[in-house]
Design a protein around this ligand. Structure first.
Ligand code: GLN
Length: 238
């Protein structure tokens, strides 16, 4: 069994250790004897036939502008995958562009691909620092955020979690990220997954369930180091 991981736009959308999320998925699969295959997708590339996990990271406003056209092209395909329950993790820049649009602080409107019901507008100051949130599915989640975009959830969007320290979607309403089907959209870089292994396992479990059509229970791993990293990160001051 092989899990095919699609990494969207690794050249432009890959900040603050986002690539470490891919490594984390690979390693936790390896430790369980599950093979992985990473597909790097750049603008103009052919879309792969088999995708089991979708990953997209963050980027500068300029990088988001560079992928806008291509994202419009692959948007319907991505939407279809996510709405058919392909597990996905979209962070910061690609989280914003999975929504309706991101209007930068300079007034440039970058169109999103309308998968999730959010809109983002660049604020006057960047929201930077360590962040801790509480989520119903994964408990406490820790990460690092750095964004100018202020994201508002539409009526159809459910947050990923509630901010306990940091800014999250907009620094106002305590919401952080979005949950939709098996997709998690979030501002949390870090990289996120090494310090929050339950999320990594959620992505792997859903990928295996989609392949087999059966409920899967993953072999437990020794997470002592990961949990220590989580604890240290949670204690870091904002
Ligand atoms: N450029 C976007 C913003 O500043 C996204 C930043 C990021 O991906 N870290 O809001």
């Amino acid at each position: 069994m092989t899990i095919n991981i699609l990494h969207l736009y690794p050249k432009e959308m890959n900040l603050y250790g986002d690539h470490g999320n891919i490594l984390s998925i690979i390693r936790r699969c390896e430790w369980r004897g599950i093979k992985t295959n990473v597909i790097h997708y750049e603008p103009g590339d052919k879309l792969p036939e088999k995708v089991d996990i979708i990953f997209g990271g963050g980027g500068q406003d300029s990088g988001q502008g560079k992928i806008e056209k291509d994202l419009a092209k692959i948007g319907p395909w991505l939407k279809d995958k996510i709405e058919h329950d392909t597990p996905a993790l979209l962070i910061c820049g690609l989280y914003q562009l999975a929504g309706h649009y991101f209007e930068t602080s300079e007034g440039q409107k970058i169109e999103g691909c309308n998968i999730i019901d959010i809109t983002t507008i660049g604020g006057p100051t960047r929201l930077i620092g360590n962040i801790t949130i509480n989520t119903p599915e994964f408990g406490e989640v820790v990460g690092y955020e750095n964004h100018s975009g202020l994201t508002k959830l539409g009526e159809d969007a459910l947050p990923f979690g509630t901010v306990t320290s940091g800014a999250g979607n907009n620094g106002q309403d305590f919401t952080e990220g979005v949950r939709y089907h098996n997709c998690i959209g979030t501002y949390l870089h870090g990289p996120l997954l090494p310090k929050n292994p339950r999320i990594t396992d959620f992505l792997i479990k859903k990928a295996l369930e989609n392949q087999t059509g059966k409920i899967q229970s993953l072999k437990p791993l020794n997470d002592q180091i990961e949990l220590r990293a989580h604890k240290v990160a949670a204690k870091r001051p904002r």
